[in-house]
Ligand binder design. Structure first.
Ligand code: AR6
Length: 166
């Protein structure tokens, strides 16, 4: 099942939240900064042990001070016009994060709109990729609930339109 939510992903009591990180996994701005602030310094200490992460891949840590049990750190592609593998890499972020959640017995996972902030991926194509990839992944994970979190109303309305048109 796919649900939409307008709000702050750091507040969610789900099994796992996804972090739109960078390849160092050592924190940054945007949702990454918000997650590190809310999870506390133990998150950075855990991330330091992971040795970074490739674009399109995902790694897991505990959620520490977050209501979520796990944080799944994935690294979205930087938008460079769309002809540099960006769609495949973004799909891979959604797919690998879902897979990692399932491997860790999660039944609920929440995603921010990966790559659509600092990394500049246009929101509508990014949203279509998220929905298509997650719908496909959920076919073999019938018990999993996915929440797509929008941080502003305009993004929420876009997600709603994409979900209805799909
Ligand atoms: N809850 C939900 N969504 C949020 C929140 C929040 N608390 N805060 C921001 N967003 P971005 P990226 C939305 O820039 O484009 C970092 O510095 C935001 O509105 O966080 O993948 C990393 O370290 C946007 O729609 O991630 C990397 O260097 C979405 O989250 C780089 O930014 C993603 O925006 C990654 O860039």
């Amino acid at each position: 099942m796919i649900k939409l939510l307008l709000g702050d992903i750091t507040q969610l009591s789900v099994d796992a939240i996804v972090n739109a990180a960078n390849s160092s996994l050592l924190g940054g701005g945007g949702v990454d900064g918000a997650i590190h602030r809310a999870a506390g310094p133990r998150l950075l200490a855990a991330c330091e042990l992971l040795g970074g992460c490739e674009v399109g891949q995902a790694k897991i840590t505990a959620g520490f001070d977050l209501p979520a049990r796990w944080v799944i750190h994935t690294v979205g592609p930087v938008w460079r016009g769309g002809e540099n593998g960006e769609p495949e890499l973004l799909a891979s972020c959604y797919r690998n994060s879902l897979q990692l959640a399932a491997e860790n017995d999660c039944r609920s996972i929440a995603y921010p709109a990966i790559s659509t902030g600092v990394y500049g991926y246009p929101k509508a194509p990014a949203g279509r990729i998220a929905l298509a990839t997650l719908k496909q992944g959920l076919e073999s994970l019938p018990g999993m609930t996915v929440t797509l979190v929008s941080f502003c109303q305009a993004d929420y309305r876009l997600q709603e339109a994409l979900l209805e048109s799909g």
